[in-house]
Structure formats: C-alpha cells, structure tokens
Design a protein around this ligand. Structure first.
Ligand code: BGP
Length: 488
C-alpha cells in the first residue's frame, strides 16, 4: 500500500534519555538524574542521603525513606547525566534524520531546563533559547517537531518540596510550563503531546505488584486526576495561543489478550483494557470519566479530590488526536500460567504463538493492528503511533558496519499491519519509531539496549566517543519513507 503523501514518517526521542547536559546553562535536576543505571536483571536505583547523613538507594518506583533527600552519590553512575549528548550534537543528529527524509521528529522539552525548580514565575532564558534553536534546525529541513511536554521528568525540586504529582499545585506549575512552550514556540511547533504514557502510573502497579497496597493505588488515581486536569488546561491554553496547534494524549499501548476462552478470562481481559488503556484515553478524548471508573475506584477505596471546576476543565480540554507507544502484547488470565515471561516491563503468561526479545518483550505486529482498529473505533480521532521499535544488542561487524536485519524486519512487519489498519478505515496520520538514534533506556538505563537507525558510541559505563554511525536500518528506513511505504 502507498501511504498518503502527508503521512508523518519520523522518529522519537525524549529529553532525559538523550540530551545529557543535565546541569548545563542553569538546568535543574529531575528524578531521572538521581536514577542509576541497571540492566535486564538489576533494577535502576534512586539514590539519596538519609536523615542521619548516610547514603542509600532504593529500587526505582519505590519511595525513599522518610526524612531522606534525593542525592547524586559519588560512587554511582547516572546514565542520563550525559545521555547521548544531544544537547551539543543536535545539529548533526537532525541532519542525519533529514538524511532519512523525516517529516516529523518527536522529542520532549525538559521541564527543569525551562523551569529549573518548577515553581518559578519566569522561565530560564537559556533553556528557552536552546529549544528554539533545535526547532529552527528542524525547520531548516522541513521537519515538523512533535513535542512531548512531560516525559517522566518532573523537576526534582517539585518532588521534594511539593510531593510531586500528589500535590494539586502541580497543575498550575505544569500549566505555566506548557503555556511557555506554546507561546515561545508559536509558529515553530504545532504538534504537541501533554503527558507521555500517562496510563503507566496505574498499569505498572497492576503488572508488577505494588508495595503500598490500596494506598498506592489511591495515590496513583489521585496523581492521574491532577495530570488529567493539567493536560486539559494545557489543551485549552494551546488552542487559545495558536488555533493551529494539534494536541494529543499519549498512552502506553499494550494489546491484551485473554489467556483462554474461559468466560472468566474474557471478562478479566475486558476489565484490564478498561483499567490500563481506556481509563486515561476516555478522560482525555471524551472529556469525562467513563462509567466503569466507579468500579475501579471502589476496588481500591479511591475517593478523589475532584472539584466541579476540574470536571469542567476536563470537558473543555479534549485532545485533538490519540497517540500511543506500541511494543508488545500481553496475556490476561485467571488461570495459572504454564510458562511466564521474564524480562523488564513484562509480566505474566508467555504467549506460545509469539517470539520475545532479549528483554522479554513480545513481537506482535498483529497486536498493533488490533490496537489501532479498536482505538480508532472508540474515539474516531486522528491517531499516531509515536513509539515502536526493537531494543536489541548491536555489533559492529568486521567490515565496520552494523547489519541490523532484525530491526528492519521488526519495523517492516509493524508497518505492514499499520497499512492493513488504514485499509480498514483507521485515520493513522504518522509513525515515529522509538529511539531513532540510540539512547539511554528508560527501563534499564542501559545503552546496550539499542533501538536506533543511528548507532552512538557509548557504553554502559558512559565510556565512548559518542560518535554517530548509521546502521543498515538507516538506509532501509530512508527507502521506506521515499517510496511512501511501498518498498519495505
Ligand atoms: C516507553 C517510554 C520511552 C522508552 C520506551 C522503551 O515506555 O516512553 O521513554 O524508553 O518505553 O523503553 P526502554 O527504554 O525501557 O527500552
């Protein structure tokens, strides 16, 4: 199938995983800056100094002890501090993207680069200037930026002094930050996403269990509510500042299947879709909580701090498009699994019909088609796949090349299924592959989990020249874009 002429082909990165320059030009720290490197077996840790002055660490996702302060410790390695140094090399990187014919480039703005603490009245001028330069560079090549406003990087100061998203005040700080983006970059950026993988908060608790029982769910649902209101306010501000703005939600898309045809599994699967996927999409696309929200809240005794004004904001702040990441499918069952998946970010029963990556992520292109068709039918808004890719070990071969046929085949199969979904009526408007250039993994902090069409010479201890080198997949993707998806 030939994709439409205006189809947005491109790639995606995020500030905290790529920029580096974590303390340059007045940037403040984010939680990702006190997060160590890990691996598929070893978690990433958050480091701190406890109330008696002793250093300590706790697995990412669990709280630090009472009275402790987040801290960068001397004997730990923090891969996000230098990322892939996109901050200093963005011109070279954008030129490489242009070389593949990118129409769109998804990136995020670091909140603490614009507002180092998060609660200031005015932004850091050097941070504002940096992103303007990046967007101007994109403009030079006719590449549309697609900007994620929040990609896992709330300023650390807001975490420490306000309790992060547990605090309603964050809505105002976020709105100010978003307004700054819309105002400063008016005319340079028209595609925006409010929160990356907003549904992760609850979904991760379900997938991996939690430490605080109902309490943690209650906190999670409350944080989500504040983020929904913040997102809705940003959408309204974005439209008011420039009616040309197209603003989307961003959901971590996993396709769930019932493990057996036992009606109990069918129902459990349906409920998983509701809790993990539809809950957030419904609020952001339809402007109100879905009917099943009451059941979910009752499950954990959730009693939201939610005002009439909030509900009105939600109604007035519906997104223009639905975007999502897609890497894998997963199984829901009330029966004990014969074989379980091992890896990071995956859990539960192994699907005997699928193959798994070295990190335990299921390769399932049909699952992408299923997701696209299901979601488009539900919301009937333009839809975009803003993350999809294969994290894999790459080797530089004797001839000096990186022959990543596995990556090409991963993308090829997913693009084929996107075409099928489009034939079936889905208004899919774009595809940005994840980690179009190698970057620090969010889940494990590794460099060796590589997604890129472009290799970056940096290892898991931070050593290397940081030089860029194109892989076979670079030339392949260029051909795909040039031929509008007919040469796969
Ligand atoms: C998504 C995040 C990205 C990205 C991707 C791959 O959850 O939005 O930031 O990192 O997953 O995950 P990982 O880096 O753990 O391989």
């Amino acid at each position: 199938m030939m994709f439409p002429e205006n189809f947005l082909w491109g790639g995606a990165i995020a500030a905290n995983q790529a920029e580096g320059a974590w303390d340059v030009d007045g940037r403040g720290p984010a939680k990702t800056d006190v997060t160590t490197g890990g691996s598929v077996k070893e978690p990433r840790y958050i480091t701190y100094i406890d109330k008696d002055g002793n250093p300590g660490k706790t697995p990412n996702g669990s709280p630090i002890p009472e009275g402790a302060r987040y801290a960068v410790l001397e004997d730990c390695y923090y891969p996000n501090h230098d990322g892939i140094d996109f901050f200093h090399r963005y011109k070279e990187d954008i030129a490489l993207f242009a070389g593949m014919g990118f129409k769109v480039f998804r990136m995020s703005v670091s909140w603490s680069r614009l507002y180092p603490k998060g609660d200031e009245e005015a932004p850091n001028p050097k941070g504002v200037a940096f992103y303007r330069d990046v967007f101007l560079e994109c403009q030079k090549y006719g590449i549309e930026p697609l900007v994620t406003i929040w990609h896992f990087d709330t300023p650390l100061y807001l975490e420490e002094h306000y309790g992060g998203w547990n605090n309603r005040k964050l809505i105002d700080f976020y709105e100010r930050f978003a307004r700054t983006c819309f105002t400063e970059y008016k005319g340079l950026v028209k595609y925006w996403l409010t929160f990356n993988e907003i549904n992760n908060t609850i979904m991760m608790l379900d997938l991996f269990g939690n430490h605080g029982g109902h309490e943690e769910y209650r906190a999670g649902y409350q944080q989500l509510h504040y983020q929904f209101v913040a997102s809705a306010r940003a959408v309204q501000a974005g439209h008011e500042i420039d009616p040309a703005n197209q603003i989307g939600c961003m959901i971590c898309g996993i396709t769930f299947y019932p493990g057996t045809c036992d009606p109990k599994d069918i129902l459990a699967n349906r409920h998983t879709w509701e809790k993990s996927i539809f809950y957030c999409g419904d609020v952001q696309c339809k402007g109100k909580y879905p009917s099943f929200a009451k059941r979910l809240w009752a499950e954990h005794g959730v009693d939201l701090d939610m005002t009439q004004q909030d509900l009105e904001e939600l109604r007035n702040g519906c997104v223009d498009m639905y975007t999502f990441s897609y890497y894998m499918s997963s199984i829901v069952s009330t029966h004990e699994a014969k074989e379980t998946v091992s890896g990071n970010f995956t859990a539960g029963a192994k699907n005997p019909y699928l193959q798994y990556s070295d990190w335990g992520w299921a390769f399932d292109p049909e699952g992408l088609q299923y997701y696209l068709e299901m979601i488009y039918d539900r919301y009937e808004k333009p839809i975009m796949v803003v993350e999809n890719g294969l994290g894999a070990y790459d080797t530089i071969e004797e001839d000096g090349g990186i022959h990543d046929a596995y990556r090409i085949s991963y993308h090829r199969e997913h693009i084929k299924k996107m075409a099928e979904a489009m034939k079936n009526g889905v208004d899919l408007i774009g595809y940005t592959t994840w980690g179009c250039i190698d970057l620090v993994s969010a889940g494990t902090g590794e460099m060796r989990k590589r997604y890129g069409f472009i290799y970056v010479d940096k290892d898991d201890e931070g050593k290397g020249t940081f030089d860029r080198k194109v892989k076979d997949s670079y030339h392949w993707y260029k051909k795909v874009i040039q031929s509008r998806g007919t040469e796969l």
